[in-house]
Design a protein around this ligand. Structure first.
Ligand code: R5P
Length: 292
């Protein structure tokens, strides 16, 4: 097995390669002055190759990624896998409005034409039962819940885990069991990218524990900011936050800061200053499981 890195994912690829005791190969990603990319495999690929490419900001990455997968196959790789710690385009998993595409299915099918296997972490599977519904080959969904639980245990005394919406219940309940802490979930209605209405649940516990917001994705930050404002208005201390994928769209950090959320901890599925939970060992386990 050999790992290759998309530009920006070299550190993750090195860490996973070290955990597996395998080599990292070399692809040169040449960017032409007009913006096109040429991906050139610089070594003789192993029979099984994996490209490490996290898919935050996916649009500029996808075509170069597909070119690289094809180049590896053309050079003799028998099996080409994608290790994508953050997998994009899963939130549009149904046609919410007439005229829209179901992006999750289109994206999964596209990846399935170029990759034989897919490993990712906590993909946003809400209405989908599993990745097999969108990706036609072998896949593994790894879970970062134990990393979130370890971080909370080490950093927050007497936590109350709070999911900002119904979808987060799957992560919050699991992390709460591991931390042995109580949890609640809010409900959410999104009216626009940065227009999110969150509501507290009924029967709120006494505000004597430190809230920790737990979610899968921080994108605009407005979901968590709205949740934090409600908690503070209900008399709770300023919340901490532990999330899996820190995308941090423009303005997100400011929104979190203004809402008084601190500290904010995320995994390194997308490398960020807040990435304090490394995934390499989990990713290596996923590759061991799915490796041919
Ligand atoms: C929603 O379905 C996800 O679980 C997250 O709550 C959401 O993606 C966060 O988005 P934002 O940071 O833009 O509010």
């Amino acid at each position: 097995m050999r790992l290759y890195a998309y530009p920006g994912d070299e550190a993750q690829a090195d860490a996973v390669a070290a955990a597996l005791g395998v080599k990292r190969g070399r692809i040169t990603w040449h960017r032409f002055p007009d913006g096109e990319t040429l991906a050139r495999v610089e070594d003789e690929p192993a029979s099984e190759c994996w490209i490490v490419c996290t898919l935050a900001d996916p649009d500029p990455k996808v075509l170069p990624l597909l070119l690289a997968a094809t180049a590896l196959r053309d050079q003799g790789a028998r099996r080409v896998g994608l290790l994508s710690p953050y997998l994009a385009y899963l939130r549009q998993d149904k046609r919410f409005h007439p005229g829209e595409p179901v992006s999750a299915r289109i994206f999964g099918a596209l990846l399935g034409r170029y990759f034989d296997a897919l490993v990712t972490v906590d993909p946003h599977l809400h209405r989908l039962q599993g990745l097999h519904e969108v990706f036609p080959h072998a896949s593994a969904c790894l879970h970062a819940t134990s990393l979130l639980a370890d971080w909370i245990r080490a950093n927050v005394a007497q936590p109350l885990l709070v999911g900002p919406d119904g979808e987060s219940a799957q992560w919050v309940s699991e992390v709460a069991t591991q931390v042995d802490a109580p949890w609640i979930c809010m409900s959410k209605r999104r009216a626009g990218d940065r227009d999110v209405r969150v509501e507290l649940p009924e029967g709120l516990p006494a505000p004597d524990r430190r809230p920790v917001l737990v979610d899968d994705i921080i994108s605009s930050g407005h979901t968590l900011a709205g949740a934090a404002r409600l908690l503070r208005a209900a008399g709770f201390a300023a919340p901490a936050c532990a999330a899996v994928h820190g995308l941090f769209a423009p303005g997100a950090r400011e929104a979190l800061r203004e809402a008084g959320i601190a500290p904010v901890a995320v995994t390194d599925s997308v490398p960020q200053p807040e990435s304090v939970m490394p995934l390499a060992r989990l990713l290596a386990d996923g590759l061991r499981r799915l490796g041919g």
